[in-house]
Design a protein around this ligand. Sequence first.
Ligand SMILES: NC(=O)c1ccc[n+]([C@@H]2O[C@H](COP(=O)([O-])OP(=O)(O)OC[C@H]3O[C@@H](n4cnc5c(N)ncnc54)[C@H](OP(=O)(O)O)[C@@H]3O)[C@@H](O)[C@H]2O)c1
Length: 255
Amino acid sequence: MGTRRVLVTGCSSGIGLAVAARLAKDELRRFKVNNAGVGMIGPLECQSIAAMKELFDTNFFGLARLVKELLPDMKRRQSGHIVVMSSVMGIQGLLFNDVYSASKFAVEGFCESLAVQAMKFNIKTTLVEPGPVVTEFERKVYEEAEKMDLSGADEETAKIFREIYLPYSKKVFASLGQTPEEVAEQTVKVITAKEPPLRHQTNRLYMPMTALKHADPTGRLPLDTFYKMIFKHDNVFNATLGVLRLLQRRTGKKQ
Ligand SMILES: NC(=O)c1ccc[n+]([C@@H]2O[C@H](COP(=O)([O-])OP(=O)(O)OC[C@H]3O[C@@H](n4cnc5c(N)ncnc54)[C@H](OP(=O)(O)O)[C@@H]3O)[C@@H](O)[C@H]2O)c1
Protein backbone atom coordinates (compact mmCIF):
# COMPACT_ATOMS: atom_id res chain seq x y z
CA MET A 1 0.00 0.00 0.00
CA GLY A 2 3.04 2.20 -0.32
CA THR A 3 2.18 4.50 -3.23
CA ARG A 4 0.88 7.86 -2.07
CA ARG A 5 -1.89 8.58 -4.49
CA VAL A 6 -5.16 9.62 -2.98
CA LEU A 7 -7.69 12.14 -4.10
CA VAL A 8 -11.11 12.53 -2.54
CA THR A 9 -13.24 15.38 -3.87
CA GLY A 10 -15.73 17.10 -1.56
CA CYS A 11 -14.21 16.03 1.71
CA SER A 12 -14.99 19.06 3.86
CA SER A 13 -17.93 17.15 5.39
CA GLY A 14 -20.16 14.09 5.25
CA ILE A 15 -19.27 10.98 3.30
CA GLY A 16 -16.15 12.49 1.67
CA LEU A 17 -14.69 13.44 5.02
CA ALA A 18 -15.41 9.98 6.47
CA VAL A 19 -13.94 8.25 3.39
CA ALA A 20 -10.80 10.43 3.42
CA ALA A 21 -10.33 9.72 7.14
CA ARG A 22 -10.70 5.97 6.60
CA LEU A 23 -8.33 5.89 3.63
CA ALA A 24 -5.73 7.92 5.54
CA LYS A 25 -6.07 5.72 8.62
CA ASP A 26 -5.55 2.55 6.61
CA GLU A 27 -2.76 4.13 4.55
CA LEU A 28 -4.72 3.40 1.41
CA ARG A 29 -3.37 6.20 -0.69
CA ARG A 30 -3.82 4.91 -4.20
CA PHE A 31 -7.46 5.78 -4.75
CA LYS A 32 -9.22 8.70 -6.43
CA VAL A 33 -12.70 9.11 -5.02
CA ASN A 34 -15.04 11.49 -6.79
CA ASN A 35 -17.46 12.35 -4.04
CA ALA A 36 -18.35 16.07 -4.32
CA GLY A 37 -22.03 16.52 -4.94
CA VAL A 38 -25.07 18.63 -4.22
CA GLY A 39 -28.78 17.86 -3.97
CA MET A 40 -31.90 19.53 -5.30
CA ILE A 41 -35.50 18.74 -4.47
CA GLY A 42 -38.81 20.32 -5.34
CA PRO A 43 -41.27 20.80 -8.18
CA LEU A 44 -39.53 21.25 -11.52
CA GLU A 45 -41.61 24.36 -12.27
CA CYS A 46 -39.90 26.12 -9.36
CA GLN A 47 -36.32 25.39 -10.41
CA SER A 48 -34.33 27.58 -12.78
CA ILE A 49 -32.35 26.19 -15.68
CA ALA A 50 -29.31 28.05 -14.26
CA ALA A 51 -29.62 26.15 -10.95
CA MET A 52 -29.97 22.85 -12.83
CA LYS A 53 -26.83 23.60 -14.86
CA GLU A 54 -24.96 24.48 -11.69
CA LEU A 55 -25.94 21.15 -10.15
CA PHE A 56 -24.83 19.27 -13.25
CA ASP A 57 -21.57 21.18 -13.21
CA THR A 58 -20.78 19.78 -9.77
CA ASN A 59 -22.37 16.35 -9.89
CA PHE A 60 -21.56 15.36 -13.46
CA PHE A 61 -19.01 17.71 -15.05
CA GLY A 62 -16.90 17.66 -11.87
CA LEU A 63 -16.51 13.92 -12.42
CA ALA A 64 -15.95 14.27 -16.18
CA ARG A 65 -13.23 16.93 -15.62
CA LEU A 66 -11.48 14.86 -12.97
CA VAL A 67 -11.46 11.65 -14.97
CA LYS A 68 -10.36 13.45 -18.15
CA GLU A 69 -7.42 14.87 -16.19
CA LEU A 70 -6.38 11.63 -14.49
CA LEU A 71 -7.08 9.03 -17.14
CA PRO A 72 -4.01 9.54 -19.37
CA ASP A 73 -1.63 9.00 -16.44
CA MET A 74 -3.57 5.98 -15.23
CA LYS A 75 -3.44 4.53 -18.75
CA ARG A 76 0.33 5.09 -18.95
CA ARG A 77 0.82 3.40 -15.60
CA GLN A 78 -1.68 0.66 -16.49
CA SER A 79 -3.15 0.95 -13.01
CA GLY A 80 -5.59 2.95 -10.95
CA HIS A 81 -9.09 2.84 -9.57
CA ILE A 82 -11.79 5.41 -10.28
CA VAL A 83 -14.22 5.42 -7.34
CA VAL A 84 -17.36 7.49 -7.69
CA MET A 85 -19.99 8.40 -5.10
CA SER A 86 -23.20 7.85 -7.03
CA SER A 87 -26.56 7.16 -5.37
CA VAL A 88 -29.51 4.79 -5.49
CA MET A 89 -31.06 7.69 -7.37
CA GLY A 90 -28.60 6.95 -10.16
CA ILE A 91 -30.50 3.67 -10.60
CA GLN A 92 -34.04 4.65 -9.75
CA GLY A 93 -35.63 8.07 -10.13
CA LEU A 94 -37.56 9.51 -7.21
CA LEU A 95 -40.43 11.96 -6.92
CA PHE A 96 -39.29 15.63 -6.75
CA ASN A 97 -35.65 14.63 -7.27
CA ASP A 98 -35.84 14.89 -11.06
CA VAL A 99 -32.70 16.95 -11.66
CA TYR A 100 -30.55 15.38 -8.93
CA SER A 101 -31.51 11.92 -10.11
CA ALA A 102 -30.77 12.88 -13.74
CA SER A 103 -27.28 14.00 -12.71
CA LYS A 104 -26.61 10.67 -10.98
CA PHE A 105 -27.98 8.76 -14.01
CA ALA A 106 -25.44 10.74 -16.06
CA VAL A 107 -22.71 9.68 -13.63
CA GLU A 108 -23.78 6.04 -13.92
CA GLY A 109 -23.91 6.11 -17.74
CA PHE A 110 -20.54 7.81 -17.93
CA CYS A 111 -18.83 5.29 -15.65
CA GLU A 112 -20.54 2.26 -17.12
CA SER A 113 -19.40 3.31 -20.60
CA LEU A 114 -15.89 4.18 -19.53
CA ALA A 115 -15.38 1.05 -17.43
CA VAL A 116 -14.92 -1.21 -20.44
CA GLN A 117 -12.16 0.93 -21.93
CA ALA A 118 -10.59 1.39 -18.49
CA MET A 119 -10.49 -2.37 -18.01
CA LYS A 120 -8.32 -2.69 -21.12
CA PHE A 121 -5.73 -0.52 -19.31
CA ASN A 122 -6.05 -2.40 -16.03
CA ILE A 123 -7.96 0.51 -14.46
CA LYS A 124 -10.84 -0.35 -12.15
CA THR A 125 -14.11 1.53 -11.83
CA THR A 126 -16.51 1.44 -8.87
CA LEU A 127 -19.78 3.27 -8.37
CA VAL A 128 -20.76 3.47 -4.69
CA GLU A 129 -24.53 3.87 -4.39
CA PRO A 130 -25.74 4.98 -0.98
CA GLY A 131 -29.39 5.31 -0.07
CA PRO A 132 -30.22 8.06 2.43
CA VAL A 133 -27.23 9.19 4.51
CA VAL A 134 -27.52 11.65 7.37
CA THR A 135 -25.14 14.48 6.43
CA GLU A 136 -25.11 18.20 5.69
CA PHE A 137 -26.58 17.25 2.31
CA GLU A 138 -29.88 16.29 3.90
CA ARG A 139 -29.91 19.37 6.13
CA LYS A 140 -29.19 21.69 3.17
CA VAL A 141 -31.89 20.28 0.87
CA TYR A 142 -34.56 20.46 3.58
CA GLU A 143 -33.50 23.97 4.55
CA GLU A 144 -33.79 25.07 0.93
CA ALA A 145 -37.11 23.24 0.58
CA GLU A 146 -38.55 25.10 3.58
CA LYS A 147 -37.85 28.50 2.03
CA MET A 148 -38.56 27.48 -1.57
CA ASP A 149 -40.86 29.76 -3.54
CA LEU A 150 -43.57 27.38 -4.70
CA SER A 151 -45.59 30.01 -6.57
CA GLY A 152 -44.35 28.63 -9.90
CA ALA A 153 -46.17 25.36 -9.26
CA ASP A 154 -49.93 24.76 -9.22
CA GLU A 155 -51.58 24.41 -5.85
CA GLU A 156 -51.94 20.62 -5.99
CA THR A 157 -48.27 20.06 -6.82
CA ALA A 158 -47.14 22.45 -4.08
CA LYS A 159 -49.38 20.62 -1.61
CA ILE A 160 -48.05 17.19 -2.64
CA PHE A 161 -44.49 18.45 -2.16
CA ARG A 162 -45.10 20.06 1.24
CA GLU A 163 -47.64 17.71 2.76
CA ILE A 164 -46.73 14.33 1.31
CA TYR A 165 -43.20 14.32 -0.10
CA LEU A 166 -41.35 16.27 2.60
CA PRO A 167 -42.78 14.39 5.61
CA TYR A 168 -42.31 11.02 3.83
CA SER A 169 -38.77 11.85 2.85
CA LYS A 170 -37.87 12.90 6.39
CA LYS A 171 -39.33 9.64 7.68
CA VAL A 172 -37.23 7.66 5.18
CA PHE A 173 -34.06 9.44 6.36
CA ALA A 174 -34.96 8.86 10.02
CA SER A 175 -35.77 5.17 9.42
CA LEU A 176 -33.23 4.07 6.84
CA GLY A 177 -30.53 6.74 6.97
CA GLN A 178 -26.95 5.52 7.31
CA THR A 179 -24.11 7.44 8.92
CA PRO A 180 -21.29 8.73 6.68
CA GLU A 181 -18.94 6.45 8.64
CA GLU A 182 -21.01 3.39 7.67
CA VAL A 183 -20.82 4.41 4.02
CA ALA A 184 -17.07 5.07 4.32
CA GLU A 185 -16.54 1.68 5.93
CA GLN A 186 -18.31 -0.07 3.07
CA THR A 187 -16.61 2.07 0.45
CA VAL A 188 -13.17 1.13 1.74
CA LYS A 189 -14.11 -2.53 2.02
CA VAL A 190 -15.47 -2.66 -1.50
CA ILE A 191 -12.67 -0.78 -3.20
CA THR A 192 -9.95 -2.76 -1.49
CA ALA A 193 -11.53 -6.05 -2.52
CA LYS A 194 -9.48 -8.19 -4.88
CA GLU A 195 -12.14 -7.89 -7.56
CA PRO A 196 -14.00 -4.65 -6.82
CA PRO A 197 -17.52 -4.55 -8.29
CA LEU A 198 -18.65 -1.93 -10.78
CA ARG A 199 -21.57 -1.14 -8.48
CA HIS A 200 -22.13 -1.37 -4.76
CA GLN A 201 -25.29 -0.32 -2.89
CA THR A 202 -24.41 0.52 0.69
CA ASN A 203 -27.89 0.22 2.18
CA ARG A 204 -29.35 -3.27 2.12
CA LEU A 205 -32.67 -2.01 3.40
CA TYR A 206 -33.09 0.14 0.32
CA MET A 207 -32.35 -2.69 -2.11
CA PRO A 208 -35.96 -3.88 -2.55
CA MET A 209 -36.73 -0.45 -4.08
CA THR A 210 -33.96 -0.64 -6.67
CA ALA A 211 -34.66 -4.35 -7.33
CA LEU A 212 -38.11 -3.41 -8.63
CA LYS A 213 -36.49 -1.79 -11.63
CA HIS A 214 -34.67 -4.93 -12.66
CA ALA A 215 -37.72 -7.08 -12.00
CA ASP A 216 -39.77 -5.38 -14.72
CA PRO A 217 -38.01 -3.95 -17.81
CA THR A 218 -41.23 -2.17 -18.88
CA GLY A 219 -40.87 0.10 -15.85
CA ARG A 220 -44.50 -0.43 -14.79
CA LEU A 221 -43.74 -2.26 -11.56
CA PRO A 222 -41.53 0.41 -9.94
CA LEU A 223 -43.79 3.18 -11.24
CA ASP A 224 -46.97 1.59 -9.84
CA THR A 225 -45.27 0.69 -6.57
CA PHE A 226 -43.91 4.18 -5.94
CA TYR A 227 -47.24 5.71 -6.97
CA LYS A 228 -49.20 3.49 -4.60
CA MET A 229 -46.75 3.94 -1.75
CA ILE A 230 -46.94 7.70 -2.03
CA PHE A 231 -50.50 8.42 -3.08
CA LYS A 232 -52.63 5.44 -2.12
CA HIS A 233 -51.26 3.46 0.73
CA ASP A 234 -50.18 5.73 3.50
CA ASN A 235 -50.50 2.86 5.98
CA VAL A 236 -48.49 0.48 3.81
CA PHE A 237 -45.71 3.06 3.57
CA ASN A 238 -45.60 3.61 7.32
CA ALA A 239 -45.80 -0.11 8.10
CA THR A 240 -42.99 -0.87 5.62
CA LEU A 241 -40.78 1.72 7.23
CA GLY A 242 -41.57 0.28 10.68
CA VAL A 243 -40.52 -3.21 9.59
CA LEU A 244 -37.37 -1.89 7.93
CA ARG A 245 -36.47 0.07 11.07
CA LEU A 246 -36.86 -3.12 13.10
CA LEU A 247 -34.69 -5.06 10.65
CA GLN A 248 -32.09 -2.33 10.79
CA ARG A 249 -31.91 -2.55 14.59
CA ARG A 250 -31.59 -6.34 14.36
CA THR A 251 -28.92 -6.42 11.66
CA GLY A 252 -27.05 -3.62 13.42
CA LYS A 253 -23.43 -3.71 12.44
CA LYS A 254 -23.88 -6.53 9.98
CA GLN A 255 -24.75 -3.94 7.29
N1 LIG B 1 -26.46 12.30 1.91
C1 LIG B 1 -27.13 11.46 1.17
O1 LIG B 1 -28.26 11.09 1.48
C2 LIG B 1 -26.51 10.90 -0.09
C3 LIG B 1 -27.08 9.75 -0.65
C4 LIG B 1 -26.54 9.21 -1.81
C5 LIG B 1 -25.45 9.81 -2.40
N2 LIG B 1 -24.92 10.94 -1.84
C6 LIG B 1 -23.77 11.54 -2.53
O2 LIG B 1 -22.66 11.52 -1.67
C7 LIG B 1 -21.80 12.59 -2.00
C8 LIG B 1 -21.41 13.34 -0.74
O3 LIG B 1 -22.56 13.88 -0.15
P1 LIG B 1 -22.70 14.11 1.44
O4 LIG B 1 -23.98 13.49 1.83
O5 LIG B 1 -21.47 13.74 2.15
O6 LIG B 1 -22.95 15.69 1.45
P2 LIG B 1 -22.15 16.90 2.15
O7 LIG B 1 -21.87 16.61 3.56
O8 LIG B 1 -22.95 18.12 1.79
O9 LIG B 1 -20.76 16.92 1.35
C9 LIG B 1 -20.68 17.31 0.01
C10 LIG B 1 -19.23 17.68 -0.28
O10 LIG B 1 -19.15 18.11 -1.66
C11 LIG B 1 -18.49 19.37 -1.69
N3 LIG B 1 -18.95 20.17 -2.83
C12 LIG B 1 -20.21 20.58 -3.11
N4 LIG B 1 -20.21 21.32 -4.23
C13 LIG B 1 -18.93 21.37 -4.67
C14 LIG B 1 -18.29 21.98 -5.80
N5 LIG B 1 -18.97 22.66 -6.69
N6 LIG B 1 -16.94 21.82 -5.90
C15 LIG B 1 -16.24 21.12 -5.00
N7 LIG B 1 -16.78 20.53 -3.91
C16 LIG B 1 -18.12 20.66 -3.76
C17 LIG B 1 -18.85 20.02 -0.37
O11 LIG B 1 -17.92 21.03 -0.06
P3 LIG B 1 -18.43 22.45 0.53
O12 LIG B 1 -19.16 22.14 1.78
O13 LIG B 1 -17.16 23.19 0.68
O14 LIG B 1 -19.32 22.99 -0.55
C18 LIG B 1 -18.76 18.85 0.58
O15 LIG B 1 -17.41 18.61 0.97
C19 LIG B 1 -22.54 13.43 -3.05
O16 LIG B 1 -22.05 13.11 -4.33
C20 LIG B 1 -23.97 12.99 -2.90
O17 LIG B 1 -24.68 13.14 -4.11
C21 LIG B 1 -25.41 11.48 -0.69
